[in-house]
Design a protein. Structure first.
Length: 316
């Protein structure tokens, strides 16, 4: 059974933690709730931290003289500087974190596409922009596992978020040991997973570890981190996953019968045609790896990128 680190996630406090929305409510999220036993959450409500209280009058983003301001229409308060100061101070004081889950459609926590109005009392939005706190998160932490709770209702987005979250947490843990060997072990254990996301970046990561070029450990590990986040930036394409399945099949050249290989190749085509889920092919490979004692494959994270108790969160 694979052991997992505890990822650190900054989460909007109004999601499953406190009744701190503008109307005094709390947002239910089966996803955030289910993760509680497996992660370290750092809850935050920027509006409460600024002393607005709950319930409170709503705030909105307003375009004014070429910039966007954060205004509370009922009171006329301009909260722009106060919010910017809080975001800068809070984010700069964080420990190393692996991800964020923020409230969507929020003028403070929203990551993108938040309505911007032409005036505090104007009924129609004129454009869209990131929220003030969410925008600051994206400026400094877009390389991490960052999502809003609205998008995380999608099962595929959940799977990518969890995969990236646990890979980054595992890397953070390996990097903290201050030696090259844990990074090499991390890379070896995650090679198939990373290849399914980006073969180009996976090759680059291998080159970084193999050709150190006189880099200090800190510089090398930082360079590795940069390309690791590039590799995990997007969900894997079916063609990339199919290539990984074909590569893994090569480890059983002398073990499988002709019909077994033929069936597996047929199933790859079914997967590429969206008639078979990737987990079916992974289950076959994992079974063969265990049965034929292929230690390299047995230890690959692609078979269990995050705790199995969370798999149900990514399925209908």
């Amino acid at each position: 059974m694979r052991e997992f680190p505890w990822p650190r996630i900054v989460v909007s406090k109004c999601i499953e933690f406190d009744h701190c929305r503008y109307d005094g409510s709390m947002i239910p999220s089966d996803f955030v709730k289910a993760l509680k036993p497996y992660v370290d959450y750092i809850p935050v409500c920027p509006e409460m931290e600024m002393g607005l209280g709950a319930p409170r009058e709503t705030i909105r983003m307003v375009a004014a003289e070429g910039s966007i301001r954060l205004i509370q229409p009922a009171t006329g308060l301009d909260l722009t500087e106060k919010m910017s100061h809080f975001a800068q101070g809070f984010l700069s004081s964080l420990p190393q974190v692996d991800g964020f889950i923020l409230k969507f459609r929020s003028p403070s926590c929203g990551l993108k596409d938040i309505r911007v109005y032409s005036g505090a009392e104007r009924p129609r939005p004129v454009s869209k922009a990131p929220g003030f706190f969410g925008g600051a998160v994206m400026q400094s932490f877009s390389h991490l596992a960052v999502e809003d709770e609205g998008r995380l209702r999608n099962f595929n987005i959940r799977e990518h978020f969890l995969t990236k979250l646990y890979a980054l947490a595992s890397f953070r843990q390996a990097r903290s040991e201050g030696e090259l060997s844990p990074l090499i072990r991390f890379h070896e254990a995650n090679k198939l997973l990373l290849s399914s996301h980006s073969q180009k970046e996976t090759k680059m990561l291998g080159n970084i570890l193999a050709n150190r070029g006189g880099l200090s450990y800190n510089d090398l590990s930082e360079l590795y981190r940069e390309h690791l986040t590039l590799a995990l930036a997007r969900p894997p394409r079916s063609s990339s996953r199919a290539n990984v399945f074909m590569h893994a099949l090569g480890y059983f050249k002398g073990d499988l019968k002709a019909r077994q290989k033929e069936l597996f190749l047929e199933n790859i085509q079914r997967y590429k045609s969206k008639k078979l889920p990737s987990r079916a092919l992974l289950a076959m490979l994992q079974s063969w790896a265990e049965g034929f004692g292929q230690e390299y494959l047995i230890n690959q994270s692609i078979f269990q990128p995050f705790p199995e108790e969370l798999v149900q969160l990514c399925q209908d």
